[in-house]
Design a protein around this ligand. Structure first.
Ligand code: HSE
Length: 307
């Protein structure tokens, strides 16, 4: 195989109670990437459309992730990477993760799969390190593995895939203001009050249980975040209004997607999800802030090969 074309999906990290340890993969929005072998023994970013991003390998999340992987293999085959960005940078739905995961997935395929999908996660995390200053896995893991991923530990890196529920729908509202992960990480306090930690790990454990027992209602009640949301939500226009609107319109739960400014409503079934979407649309249209809405199922496959 000389060339591969991919769909690199958006992801929702944290899912309220799982800061830096939980994420899920979407199928409604993602980037397209074309990766091809070259004969120059060089790793190159040859084209980026849709966003103004660095073309230098060492300054591009796809470039640094691919470079880390090739270094681990001691491989000097060259590759050209083309990225069509559909996920806006700084949106909170895993834009950098999609490019990083897509790059390592595609190159791995073209090299005959020396690594498993799980083994690729640590290379894609290098892209996150470049983008935000922190190598978290809660976007790149679900992008590579599909479904829901739980980071059991970072050292050593241990990722657990969780079951998904067929009727789950994720509605993402992206107010078109840029909020860099690096900046929205800088507002988080480093110490957590024990009372809040107890509430958070109770919710995280309940969320995992709800996925196994297919308990939609418990899943929704577990989407609570007493630690990060109160600090970060201030940076998101109309966060409290949207939360109230989502919950009164029938969403199971609502929270910040990754580091924001996107927010997500988790819903059971298309009817509720479309109702929440219509409510969000109506509410936001006169707020003088442009926005995107993405309605998605859970993507259980992760990155998809298009050609
Ligand atoms: N867990 C990360 C954060 C995700 O919330 O900063 C970034 O998309």
């Amino acid at each position: 195989m000389e060339r591969i074309k991919l769909f690199a999906p958006a992801t929702v990290a944290n899912l309220s109670c799982g800061f830096d340890v939980l994420g899920c993969c979407l199928d409604g929005v993602g980037d397209e990437m074309i990766i091809a072998k070259n004969s120059e023994k060089e790793l190159r970013i040859t084209k980026i459309t849709g966003q103004d991003l660095p073309m230098e390998v060492d300054e591009n999340v796809a470039g640094v992730s691919a470079k880390a992987m090739l270094a681990a293999l001691d491989e000097n085959q060259g590759f050209d990477i083309e990225i069509k960005k559909n996920i806006k940078a700084g949106s909170g739905i895993g834009s950098s993760a999609a490019s990083a995961a897509g790059a390592v997935f595609g190159i791995n395929k073209l090299l005959g799969e020396p690594f498993s999908a799980s083994q690729l996660i640590k290379f894609a995390m290098e892209g996150e390190r470049l983008a935000s200053g922190n190598a978290h896995a809660d976007n790149v893991a679900p992008a590579l593995l599909g479904g829901f991923s739980l980071v059991k530990s970072y050292e050593p890196l241990e990722i657990i895939s969780l079951p998904s529920l067929g009727e789950l729908r994720i509605l993402v509202l992206h107010p078109l203001i840029e909020l860099k992960t690096r900046d929205s990480r800088s507002v988080i306090r480093q110490n957590v009050e024990l009372k809040k930690a107890i509430s958070q790990w109770g919710n995280l454990a309940a969320l995992v249980s709800a996925l196994y027992t297919e308990d939609y209602e418990l899943l929704g009640r577990s989407l609570k975040d007493e630690i990060i949301e109160p600090v970060r939500s201030i940076l998101i226009p109309f966060f409290d209004d949207l939360k109230a609107l989502a919950l009164t319109s029938g969403a199971l739960g609502f929270g910040i997607s990754g580091s924001g400014p996107s927010v997500f409503a988790m819903c059971k079934g298309d009817i509720v999800a479309k109702k929440v979407k219509a409510e969000f649309q109506e509410f936001y249209q006169d707020k003088n802030i442009d926005f995107d809405l993405h309605l998605s199922k859970i993507n259980s496959e992760g990155i998809k090969i298009l050609a």
